[in-house]
Write a protein that binds this ligand. Structure first.
Ligand SMILES: [Zn+2]
Length: 415
């Protein structure tokens, strides 16, 4: 199973917007750009909402059938590990092996020595197409980087072989993700991670490194855009080199786990994809559920009331909701409007505070982050929430499709 050049990981927490999301992909196709939609939902999201992995497959298949989509599409078991992969085996055909937890853990001396030996031909100066400076690699670098990442890649190998034993070779797409680690990986680190991936026999089609800067949930990138652009370009060069040198799959490409909505890095990404004729997997739009809230707010009446109630309850459980996401949010509680204040808002005001339009002075990124974490509360509302999604499905669908196409697909893949 081969992942096409451009693909997009899209989240849909409540599984009501698959068709509206697909509509954005169809619009891209009408502009002459093929993007494979990949519906993803992590074990963490399933746990918080109380859903099962099979529900994502059901939604994807239904969206594709209803939208008469004959292009590729996939279902991603996002950020899985050996302890939870089994429940995703049947319904997924894309597996994101998350081994960030094993980064920095010691590997056995024999394994490490073997790795250093097998990589010895990489020592010295390496000239990589697309990278202005030359990469210098010493034996010590290989040992140091090996001791940091080798155990993690070996863990990825174990997960990969487990999935392969259940699904069969070539019946699924493999991504290796090290994005949820503390430090960004340098090009040399990425190169050696890929060497280890090849040595483990993992036919990775995407690799998700951690980039420089902050990728907070649902809001724009915070960091040095120029530095990001350099890293992104260099990583593309490293991947090409690794494909040739280590025999990894030809279509191996970067996967950007964006945490959604990193608009300010879209332009440099677009430039790099064009310049190097490179592919990319972009995980974004986990914020689809915020488009649901925007749609509900704009629908007014009961829809607006639900949106306000979710915010009011979220403010009461602020600590609990923030905890699982502590490393990927920056909420200044002093900048959050009080529930009393929000209670007086009309639908347009609520939508304008939440909508990710940084040119609008009503936009409040603290409010947006807080609501983004509050899907657990919507899940607890049960039918009151999902019933409203159905009642206001047209308004919501317009928001979902418009957001995905105009703010994400167009700047990254089309313009
Ligand atoms: Zn990730």
């Amino acid at each position: 199973m081969i992942l096409q050049k451009y693909s997009m990981g899209i989240g849909d927490r409540f599984a009501h917007q698959g068709r509206a999301q697909l509509e954005a992909i169809i619009k891209a196709k009408q502009c002459g750009v093929d993007v494979a939609p990949v519906w993803n939902k992590s074990h963490r999201e399933h746990t918080i909402i109380g859903t099962k992995p099979a529900s994502v497959r059901t939604e994807a298949d239904r969206a594709v059938r209803d939208g008469c989509w004959d292009g590729a599409y996939h279902v991603d078991a996002d950020h899985i590990n050996l302890s939870n992969v089994d429940m995703f085996i049947e319904s997924s055909d894309f597996f994101t092996l998350d081994v960030a937890d094993s980064i920095g853990k010691a590997t056995g001396p024999d394994d490490l020595n073997g790795f250093v030996k097998r990589c010895s031909d990489l020592t010295g100066t390496i000239d990589i197409d697309g990278i202005d400076r030359k990469l210098e690699i010493t034996r010590d670098d290989i040992r140091r980087i090996g001791s940091k990442f080798l155990l993690a890649v070996k863990e990825a190998g174990r997960i990969y072989r487990h999935i392969e034993s259940r699904k069969g070779v070539d019946n699924f797409i493999t991504e290796v993700s090290v994005d949820e680690s503390e430090q960004a990986q340098s090009p040399v680190e990425l190169l050696l991670i890929l060497a280890a991936v090849a040595q483990e026999g993992i036919p990775a089609q995407t690799i998700a490194p951690k980039f420089t800067g902050r990728f907070n949930k649902g809001v724009d990138y915070v960091g040095d855009v120029g530095q990001f652009a350099r890293e992104f370009n260099e990583d593309i060069g490293v991947i090409r080199f690794a494909v040739d040198r280590f025999g990894l799959p030809d279509n191996l490409k970067l996967s950007v786990h964006s945490g959604s909505d990193k608009f300010s890095i879209y332009a440099p990404i677009r430039r790099a994809l064009k310049e190097f004729d490179a592919g990319m997997h972009l995980k974004t739009a986990g914020t689809t559920w915020l488009e649901e809230l925007i749609g509900l707010a704009m629908a007014g009446d009961d829809g607006l009331q639900i949106a306000k109630d979710i915010y009011a309850r979220a403010m009461k459980q602020c600590d609990e909701l923030c905890k699982p996401y502590a490393t990927v949010i920056d909420i200044d509680r002093d900048r959050l409007p009080s529930p009393g204040e929000v209670a007086d808002w009309d639908g347009q005001t609520f939508a304008a505070a939440l909508r990710h339009d940084q040119s609008c002075e009503c936009y409040n990124l603290h409010f947006r982050q807080m609501l983004h974490l509050s899907y657990k509360i919507a899940a607890k509302m049960g039918r009151r929430f999902t019933g409203a999604l159905k009642d206001h499905s047209d308004t919501i669908a317009t928001c979902v499709t418009g957001n995905l196409f105009e703010r994400h697909i167009k700047p990254v893949f089309v313009d």
